[in-house]
Design a binder for this molecule. Structure first.
Ligand code: SF4
Length: 296
């Protein structure tokens, strides 16, 4: 790792500190939307004032899991769908860490769907970035939970007979306290949303639309998109839960009809995080759990 400053020390942080000094051992295809996530994340880090050694990035299995190879921080490349419980444990043990979990739509909404629902329900304080390219990319383009109905792939050559998962609505009904959608083609909005998500106290879910030009050639490139917080035709109030439910439902339907609605769908800054709830009922100490088990 590069020469980091002491944790908590105030200084100017450069995004390039999050570029590994070792050549990445992993490779993303040219044109992959995952590069957009990486760029936005590196741009967001200086704004939240975190050094690489204050950040833990936990990934699942998939092309998205290679993010650890491109991003300088503490990292944990976990197993399929399990980035969230590992992230939860790390955050509970060391609340001072900035914990980011990342995975694909297959990893997060399929194999790890149970963890997604319950991590949102319990409002664990972390950011969850889901690279949503509507297919399983690493394993060569199989149908995923967000593939549109009728999508043809090697696993479903006659087209998917299933309606896709609606991740924004699922996050909201499960209890996530920050919900946003952005796209790799929109790095400025993506950076702003990631900054907000990391600064949010509670479970922040970012559905990050990414293109897979190698295996999902039918996929929309997510342009043009509309920002629901900026466009005149929407006066969306993300603090209104009912409005968020309606907006999420509209965006999820629109996505499969060729209109891409992005932005902040829901923000609840008042809901206590899991740790705060536990501390309030005396089940969890104020000091970090890690201090009980490790010396300096
Ligand atoms: Fe990206 Fe698709 Fe290549 Fe994976 S297979 S790196 S998702 S373009």
């Amino acid at each position: 790792m590069s020469a980091f400053s002491a944790i908590g020390e105030e200084r100017e942080i450069d995004r390039e500190e999050f570029t590994p000094t070792l050549e990445p051992q992993a490779t993303w295809c040219p044109g992959c939307g995952d590069f957009g996530v990486l760029k936005a994340l590196k741009q967001a880090m200086p704004e939240i004032g975190r050094n690489p050694d204050e950040v833990l990035l936990v990934t699942g299995i998939g092309c998205s899991g290679k993010l650890n190879s491109y991003f300088e921080s503490y990292g944990y490349h976990s197993i399929h769908g399990r980035s969230l419980p590992i992230s939860r444990a790390a955050k509970l043990a060391n609340p001072e860490l900035e914990v980011i979990a990342a995975g694909g739509d297959g990893d997060g909404y399929g194999i790890g769907g149970n963890h997604f629902m319950h991590t949102a329900r319990e409002n664990h304080d972390m950011t969850y970035i889901v690279f949503n390219n509507e297919i399983f990319g690493l394993t060569k383009g199989q149908t995923s939970p967000t593939s549109p109905k009728g999508h043809k792939s090697k696993t479903q050559p006659h087209g998917s007979a299933k309606d896709p998962v609606r991740p924004l609505s699922l996050a909201l009904t499960s209890g996530a306290s920050y919900i946003a959608r952005t796209a790799a083609v929109n790095p400025n909005q993506a950076k702003e949303i990631l900054v907000e998500a990391m600064q949010h106290d509670g479970f922040a879910h970012v559905d990050f639309l990414t293109q897979c030009p190698t295996w999902n050639k039918d996929a929309r490139q997510y342009v043009p998109y509309t920002d629901i917080n900026e466009a005149d035709e929407y006066e969306h109030d993300p603090t209104d839960r009912d409005a968020a439910a309606a907006m999420a439902s509209e965006a999820e339907q629109a996505l499969y009809e060729g209109e891409v609605l992005t932005g902040r769908f829901y923000v609840d800054s008042d809901r206590p995080s899991y740790s705060e709830e536990k501390q309030a009922i005396g089940e969890m100490p104020e000091e970090p759990l890690a201090e009980r088990y490790f010396d300096d």
